[in-house]
Design a protein around this ligand. Structure first.
Ligand code: NAG
Length: 306
């Protein structure tokens, strides 16, 4: 996976602040607000839909609504400023918000990226044709909210329950913020790798869970922080707590001296290479490498990792 590093950076920029401040809903709201603001352009061609302004996202929503960035472009590239070795709350190369628009205290720093994500449509706006053009890139489903009701059109299959969690998240948003979510229409794809070519002269707004420098796919929070039922991985909060407890249960000097890895080796060449380090008849480099390929309901991830 060539863009793995970039996607990883982006994923981290979304996931790390979430873990740090435990504001998963806000992560979600950010993306929804962004989508809503974009989509509202054409849904409300006649009757303009008021942007929702949750308290935590007020500054972002106001700035997005006025179609101006509160800051200079983060950089010529989309993701490089959020270096892997930086804390996401201190993105480098991004100047602080101007005085007149202080960030809301609860608004994570990465919210500012929504301006960058929506830049391709800043001048043109988004029409129904623009949205429908996403079909060129094979979206898997479309989420339409009309008067607080969620409608889903399916165009293809998503891996396991990935789509269900995305839709569930939007349902939660509608329930928790009833009456405040405007009508919206979002196209989704659920494959990892972004596809909307930055050179596309009329790019469609297409949401997915990863982005890269050469593509315009709009990053949307992944479902996985609520858990991964097929692999019996619990929501991050619960998993993090259990990993902490597992770590504390046995001092590292008393553990068996093995490097343990478990994951899907088929999604990147580096992972495939890693398999060579596994114990074999010829050698034992003290690495224990396991492929996590199939649904496994009865394995406790934390106990396995100890
Ligand atoms: C690594 O070796 C262990 C022990 O032989 C084996 O159980 C496991 O399946 C191997 N992993 C892979 C990915 O083949």
């Amino acid at each position: 996976m060539q863009t793995a590093a970039k996607a990883d950076r982006l994923t981290r920029s979304l996931a790390a602040p979430f873990l740090a401040v435990n504001r998963g809903l806000f992560v979600f709201i950010a993306a929804i607000v962004a989508g809503a603001l974009v989509s509202a352009y054409w849904i409300s061609a006649g009757t303009r839909v008021a942007p929702i302004i949750p308290i935590a996202t007020r500054a972002v929503a106001q700035n997005a609504a006025s179609a101006r960035s509160p800051e200079p472009a983060p950089s010529s590239t989309r993701f490089t400023s959020l270096g892997a070795n930086r804390t996401p709350s201190e993105p480098a190369g991004v100047s602080p918000l101007p005085q007149r628009q202080p960030p809301a205290p609860a608004c994570p720093a990465y919210f500012r990226w929504i301006h960058e994500d929506l830049r391709p449509w800043r001048v043109t706006g988004i029409t129904r044709e623009t949205l429908d053009a996403a079909h060129r890139y094979g979206p898997k489903f479309r989420v339409t909210v009309i008067s607080g009701r969620l409608y889903v059109t399916r165009y293809g299959r998503c891996f396991q329950t990935r789509a269900v969690f995305t839709q569930w998240g939007i349902l939660q948003l509608l329930r928790r913020h009833a009456g405040r979510v405007p009508d919206l229409d979002l196209m989704f794809d659920c494959q990892d790798l972004p596809v909307v070519d930055a050179a596309d002269h009329a790019p469609p707004p297409l949401f997915r869970y990863c982005g890269s420098e050469n593509t315009l796919d709009i990053a949307f929070p992944d479902w996985s922080f609520w858990g991964w039922p097929e692999l019996n991985i619990k929501p991050w909060d619960a998993l993090r707590r259990e990993i902490g407890e597992g770590n504390a249960a046995l001092h590292w000097t008393r553990r068996a001296p093995y490097a343990f890895w478990k994951g899907n080796p088929t999604v990147g060449t580096v992972r495939w290479e890693l398999l060579k380090c596994n114990v074999s008849r010829e050698r034992d480099w003290k690495a224990r490498i396991y492929a996590q390929a199939r649904p496994q309901r009865h394995i406790d991830t934390v106990v396995q990792c100890q």
